[in-house]
Ligand binder design. Sequence first.
Ligand SMILES: O=P(O)(O)OC[C@H]1O[C@](O)(COP(=O)(O)O)[C@@H](O)[C@@H]1O
Ligand SMILES: [Mg+2]
Ligand SMILES: [Mg+2]
Length: 335
Amino acid sequence: MSAKISLTRYLVEQQRVDGRIPSDLRLLIEVVARACKAISHSVEKGALGGVLGSADKENVQGEVQKKLDIIANEVLIEANEWGGHLAAMASEEMDTIHLVPNRYPQGEYLLLFDPLDGSSNIDVNVSIGTIFSVLKKPEATNGGVSEADFLQSGNKQVAAGYCIYGPQTTLVLTVGDGVAMFTLDREQGSFVLTEEHVKIPADTKEFAINMSNMRHWDAPVKRYIDECLAGKEGPRGKDFNMRWVASMVADVHRILTRGGIFMYPWDKREPDKPGKLRLMYEANPMSWLVEQAGGAATDGRQRILDIQPGKLHQRVSVVLGSKNEVERVTGYHLS
Ligand SMILES: O=P(O)(O)OC[C@H]1O[C@](O)(COP(=O)(O)O)[C@@H](O)[C@@H]1O
Ligand SMILES: [Mg+2]
Ligand SMILES: [Mg+2]
C-alpha cells in the first residue's frame, strides 16, 4: 500500500464516493475507534496502570468481572453518549440498555458491545479485544427506546467490527462492503488502513475449539473433530492443526488472516443454554465480518445472521470460518 489511508479517510470515501454510509454512522464509528484507542492504552499499561485483576463483582450473566471489563465498558459509554449519533447502548457487562441521557442530543443508532472479550487472558498478557455492532433504531419507536428495539437479527446490522489488543492494535471493520483492517500507528495516534478486501480461504487445515469439552459435545461436533484428528489416514485425507486462544477476537482474527474454522458449540454441561457465546455482542458482529470476507457462520443448523433474538443477553452455538468446513459441520447436524 503506497499512501497511508487513515480510518477517517476510508470512512469519508465510503460516505462520499460510494454513498455507502451516512455521515452520522461514519462519526459514530470514529468515536468507537477513539474509545478502542483509549482502551488499548489501558491494556498496554497493565500492572503499571493498576488495571489487572478481578473487580470482585459479578455481571448480569453471573460472571466475575475483571477490572478491565468495567474500565472498557465505561470508556465506551462515556465516549459515545454525548456525540449525538446514538439513541442507546447495550453491553455484555450491563443488566439492561443504557439510554443516551436527555441532556445530550439523540441519534438514530443503537450500539452493542462486548467491551472486553477474552477476559481470562487479561492477566496473562495474551490478546484480548472489543467487539461492536451497530443497528438502526426502528422507525416505529415513539419516544423512548426499549430493549425490544435491540432485538433485531444480525442481518440488520449497519456496521460491525472488533479491535484486537495484541502485538499490534488492529481495528477490523465492515459496513457491508467487505472487510478492512486498520493498524494503530502509535506515533501518529491514528488507525491506518493495512488490509482491504479481506478474504477467508474456502478450505482449511486448522480448527479452533476448546478440546477440554470434548466429552460434553453433541455427536455431529464429535464426528467432525474425530475426522480432523484422524489426519491423512482418516476420511479427510489430510492432517489438521489446532489453535485455541480462548479470546474470540484472537481466534476470529487468525481466521480472517489465514482461514480456519472456529467452534463454540452447545454442550451437555449446561443443556438449557444454547451455547456460551452471546448472540448480540459476539456472534452477530463476528458472523457478519466472516460472511463479508467470504466465509460462513451458523449455529450448526441455521445462518446466525438470520436468528431472531428473543432477549438481549441471548446465547448461541457458533460455527464460523472457512466456508466449506462450516458447510460440512452444518451438514453433519442436519443429516
Ligand atoms: O474458556 P473457554 O470456555 O474456552 O471460553 C473462551 C471463550 O470465552 C470468551 O472469552 C467469552 O468472552 P468474554 O471474555 O467477553 O466473557 C470468548 O472470547 C472465547 O471464545
Ligand atoms: Mg466475549
Ligand atoms: Mg467480555
